[in-house]
Design a protein around this ligand. Structure first.
Ligand code: NAD
Length: 380
């Protein structure tokens, strides 16, 4: 049987500079017997020129050819459905729970959709495929740089002939993958860092990075399913926000990262709390979304300066702002997953495999991913 042909898509979403496969990772796919074609200039905005893909053994093709001949398409965002055809497999971060109708459309077209964000993350052998972790890590690092750039003082303690400047104080709310990377990065810049999370395990992780952990008395710590945070009740959320307010007011920089899968991000920083912050303080809301974020007034991709001089930044697509590192990590994740799914050089869908059970969203003309099916049926 002919080798499976894998196509690398040039991303088309506004501001998206990442590419799903880098020349380094391409070599791994070729070792697995895969033929790779790359859409012309797919990696250019992440500084991977066509020549490097060609040297690694890929053919560079125009858009029409890519979509008409590739058996498998590697992407970050889903390419337009009208370009895809029956029998093709598309692998990316398809966010099926946010886009269940798009998944139904792919199923109806006979496209197999594979989404890295469905990966069972606690499975040890899936860790090298975990794009949520790799991209959150880039985002957490970048969020600190964004905050530092908007902050008009030094981060570290500086003792110079002209005097001493106090270190900046940074508070990270939500200490998961992104939050812990933000803690480490802010520490490396010399800030005094504190962090809070509702999951009990996060306390030791925060302390191991040399930051202080803030304990709240109003909300009992707790973890939910799969190692994620438990969803708080409305009363608990209000109590948490009220108790956090006094801590927030004492910090120069607040970086919020809190998410609960499948729900609106918890509101942690109210408009009232922002009024109590010092002029010159900076907030970066990494959970900012069209549904709302951790900060009452944040808007994704926008920067607001309040009347009392607080800069509130709604983070947009932070990994896309650091596309070389983000793409390199993503490419390792996606190529490892694809190799895992190959059998005799062909994509072999096996829904009994624990990893595939999580990531395969549509196959054989149907939506096969349980949580997406439930959303489409409107069942809880
Ligand atoms: P996430 O992006 O869903 O959430 C970010 C953080 O926000 C989490 O730490 C969460 O506990 C916290 N949070 C949510 N609601 C909160 C609230 N009201 N108050 C305070 N904090 C709140 O999470 P994530 O970063 O993707 O990872 C979450 C968990 O999954 C972590 O325990 C992480 O270690 C675990 N994980 C495990 C593996 C693995 O085992 N290989 C891989 C990745 C992540």
């Amino acid at each position: 049987m002919a080798a499976v042909q894998v196509g690398v898509v040039k991303e088309s979403a506004a501001g998206e500079r990442r590419v799903a496969l880098t020349p380094d990772a391409l070599a791994r796919l070729r070792d697995a017997g895969v033929e790779v074609i790359v859409e012309s200039s797919a990696g250019a905005s992440a500084w991977f020129p066509d020549e490097e893909y060609a040297q690694a053994g890929a053919s560079i093709v125009e858009t029409e050819r890519l979509y008409s001949t590739a058996d498998v398409l590697l992407c970050i965002d889903q390419p337009p459905a009208e370009r895809l055809h029956s029998g093709q497999t598309v692998v990316g971060m398809l966010a099926p729970l946010l886009n269940p109708r798009r998944m139904a459309e792919l199923a109806a077209k006979g496209v197999t959709a594979v989404s890295l964000d469905g990966l069972p993350r606690t499975l040890t052998r899936a860790q090298s495929m975990d794009a949520l972790t790799s991209q959150s890590s880039v985002a957490g690092y970048r969020a600190v740089l964004v905050a530092a750039n908007a902050f008009d003082r030094f981060f570290p303690l500086l003792i110079t002939a002209a005097g001493t400047s106090k270190p900046a104080t940074v508070l990270v709310l939500g200490a998961g993958v992104a939050g812990l990377q933000a803690v480490g990065t802010a520490r490396r810049l010399g800030a005094v860092v504190r962090a809070y999370d509702v999951r009990p395990a996060s306390k030791d992780e925060v302390r191991s990075l040399g930051a202080q952990f803030i304990e709240l008395t109003s909300v009992a710590p707790g973890a939910g399913e799969g190692g994620y945070a438990r969803a708080l009740t409305d009363e608990e959320q209000a109590a948490q926000a009220a108790e956090l307010a006094e801590h927030i007011a004492k910090h120069d920089i607040v970086i919020t990262t809190a998410q609960v899968p499948g729900r609106r991000p918890p509101l942690m920083v109210t408009a009232g709390t922002i009024k109590s912050m010092r002029a010159g303080s900076v907030i970066v809301d990494m959970a900012a979304s069209d549904l709302g974020g951790n900060v009452e007034i944040s808007k994704p991709g926008e920067t607001i300066v309040t009347n009392n001089g607080v800069t509130v930044i709604g983070a947009g697509n932070l990994p896309a702002a650091m596309p070389t590192s983000a793409s390199a990590a993503y490419a390792r994740n996606i190529s490892t997953l694809l190799v895992h799914m190959l059998s005799d050089g062909q994509v072999a869908i096996d829904l009994d495999d624990e990893i595939q059970h999580g990531v395969v969203i549509t196959h054989g003309g149907s939506v096969v991913h349980e949580a997406t099916t439930k959303l489409l049926e409107g069942t809880p």
